[in-house]
Design a protein around this ligand. Structure first.
Ligand code: SF4
Length: 354
């Protein structure tokens, strides 16, 4: 049996985006300016200061010829009652992606951005609206980076150190690992936005080959696993990736993810009414975690109902009881308040809906 993620996703056909290049790339490509300066100006100033006074005409001409300086355009913003916003970005080839901007609820200027890694997704999880789209193409590293700078410019925060990034938007980030990792490298570069990799989380459906590669990479972001089921039968029914990398194989890969001091793995568990919310599920989940039990956080996410899935949201009672059972069994649990549900921006609801 072959799956869509066995193949690399299609790539954008264009010159490399200037915003997806590292200082060493400018050097290798023969850019006339000092590479660190060009990088820093593009990452920190380009969107904010008109006419780019700190880059020479020669460098600007070189950039025009050898790189792609086009930026996505914010075409629509949907504001939720809860303060979060979903932005539709139009990419240079006319494709659309979505980014969700979630200010913290307490009085602070901290913001979490939920960013996309692909146009559509190849993984086909049955509870996810993006999965129903299929895969169109990978985002290039510059398109990932500019989601962050554009959203900062449009909705804030002003200071990048008030940002937390989660790759939980459209796409499986580990199916586009090269571009995603390069984007993380750029975003965390002290000459750029300097967002610590400790504030960047990559969430995967369990693409073990990608987890094993990412484990060896520097900088290494935090890892979240979208788990959602506690038996192979159940997991394979909603997440086709499990037919290739089952729960035991996934657990082996996590054993090789060497946790740094204070680092925790996050397990996202979308709670679906009558499917994965009983006591036996809680028990199996704790057993499966085994000795990871002290270095993890289980993030319970009530199912967001949408047209592409017939799975149902759990009642508040069953959510509370599942969470209590997990805690009693020794797990660390948080319940994620679904943000942006009224604007189709909550987990599993992102889809190109234009
Ligand atoms: S849940 Fe994530 S990996 Fe699964 S189809 Fe949706 S976007 Fe893709």
């Amino acid at each position: 049996m072959t799956f869509a993620w066995d193949q690399p996703a299609p790539e954008r056909k264009a010159k490399p985006s200037a915003f997806g290049l590292m200082p060493k790339d400018f050097e290798l490509l023969g850019c006339p300016g000092r590479p660190e300066h060009v990088f820093s100006q593009l990452q920190r100033q380009w969107l904010w200061i008109d006419n780019h006074p700190f880059l020479s005409k020669e460098v600007r001409n070189w950039l025009e010829i050898h790189t792609d300086l086009s930026l996505p355009i914010v075409t629509q913003i949907f504001n939720s009652e809860d303060g979060s916003s979903k932005c539709i970005l139009k990419l240079v080839d006319g494709e659309h992606i979505e980014v969700v901007h979630m200010p913290r609820e307490v009085r602070t200027s901290r913001v979490t951005l939920c960013i996309s890694s692909q146009v559509g997704c190849a993984m086909g999880c049955t509870f996810c609206a993006t999965g129903a789209m299929g895969i169109k193409r990978n985002l290039e590293s510059g398109e990932i980076v500019t989601q962050v700078s554009l959203l900062m410019k449009t909705l804030g925060p002003k200071a990048p150190d008030h940002l937390t990034l989660v790759f939980m938007g459209m796409g499986e980030p580990l199916h586009n690992l090269d571009h995603v990792h390069k984007a993380i490298h750029i975003l965390s570069n002290p000459l750029g936005l300097n967002i610590s990799s400790k504030r960047i989380t990559v969430s995967t459906s369990g693409l073990v080959s990608g987890i094993e590669r990412l484990a060896e990479m520097t900088p290494r972001p935090l890892l979240a696993i979208s788990l959602n089921a506690t038996t192979d039968e159940m997991r394979s029914a909603s997440m086709p990736i499990n037919r290739v990398y089952n729960l035991s194989r996934l657990r082996q890969a996590l054993d090789r993810w060497v946790l740094k001091p204070n680092e925790k793995l996050t397990f996202e568990y979308v709670l679906m009414s009558g499917i994965n919310d009983n006591y036996e599920d809680a028990k199996r989940l704790c057993e499966w975690l085994g000795d990871l039990r002290h270095r993890h956080n289980v993030n319970l996410i009530p199912m967001n109902e949408h047209e592409a899935s017939d799975q149902k949201q759990p009642t508040d009672e069953s959510l509370q009881s599942f969470s209590r059972n997990l805690r009693d069994l020794g797990c660390f649990v948080t319940v994620r308040k679904s943000r942006g549900r009224d604007i189709q921006a909550a987990c599993g609801q992102l889809i190109r809906n234009l």
